[in-house]
Design a protein around this ligand. Structure first.
Ligand code: UDP
Length: 245
């Protein structure tokens, strides 16, 4: 974990206490300087998974930056009386880095999502980000990652985005981040959104902290994700009591 920003521990996951506007230039500098960087954008589901899986918990501690992706993390930090300024989502960070990468002629590699999504991205990315070099695009339904990793190593992209869902996307990064000194970030379902296959919640829902509700209504299979919230909040309240002792 980098010490550039203070952190707030939510169930022993250290979140950077900063804003997207402050974090982005730091990430860009590291890319320019070829500093190996692992970014995790974590929501309560990820925190709970780490709470119950020690290997994944240890993996999170090897990240350079963990950002609060999800209003539940902001709520947790508030309960701990160490509020975090804002959500820094995987999707917004991905979009910001691709726009910057297009302006400054950087390269990016994409691993994840269904083959149809990757086909759509192959068309959309050059239109939306004309200055960006697409170093590689690979869907996330592979059994052997050897060829993909060799390709990343050969291409030496500035940024590698993995959209495999957690814990797979972070496990892939931990196992392979040494092959190129760029920025590595797991982005969940962001390729689906970028390809226009899934809608992001309209701004109203986002600014009223109801994106989770919008997405759950549209995709009821997500219900199991918000089901962890009550237990998560209970554990955060327990953390408050332990800290008082
Ligand atoms: N995915 C993948 N390989 C797998 C499982 C999932 O590439 O073996 C992709 C899936 O197609 C989707 C993304 O990983 O694009 C995960 O999205 P999800 O909605 O689960 O993640 P969230 O946005 O909630 O983090």
């Amino acid at each position: 974990m980098q010490t550039i920003f203070p952190t707030v521990n939510v169930l022993d996951v250290p979140f950077v206490k900063t804003t997207a506007a402050e974090l982005l230039p730091v990430l860009q500098d590291r890319i320019i300087n070829h500093t190996n960087t692992f970014v995790v954008t974590a929501n309560p589901e990820i925190v709970m998974y780490a709470h119950n899986h020690s290997a994944y918990h240890g993996l999170l501690h090897t990240a350079d930056f963990i950002t609060p992706d999800g209003v539940g993390i902001l709520d947790g930090a508030k309960i701990l009386k160490q509020p975090l300024p804002e959500r820094i989502t995987g999707y917004d960070t991905l979009e910001a880095l691709l726009s910057w990468g297009s302006e400054s002629h950087r390269s990016a590699y994409f691993v994840g999502a269904k083959p149809a999504v990757i086909d759509a991205l192959a068309k959309i990315l050059p239109e939306r980000f004309p200055g960006l070099t697409i170093a590689g695009l690979h869907d996330g339904y592979f059994t052997d990652d050897t060829a993909i990793v060799q390709d990343i190593q050969a291409k030496q992209p500035d940024m590698v985005f993995t959209a495999l869902g957690f814990p797979k996307q972070e496990e892939f990064i931990q196992a392979h981040r040494h092959v190129t000194n760029g920025l590595w970030m797991g982005v969940g379902g962001s390729f689906d959104v970028l390809a226009g296959m899934v809608d992001r919640a309209p701004k109203f829902w986002q600014t009223h902290h109801l994106e989770w509700f919008y997405r759950t209504v549209k995709e009821p299979k997500r219900l199991k994700r918000i089901a962890v919230i009550p237990q998560y909040l209970r554990l955060v309240r327990q953390q408050v009591k332990q800290q008082r002792r």
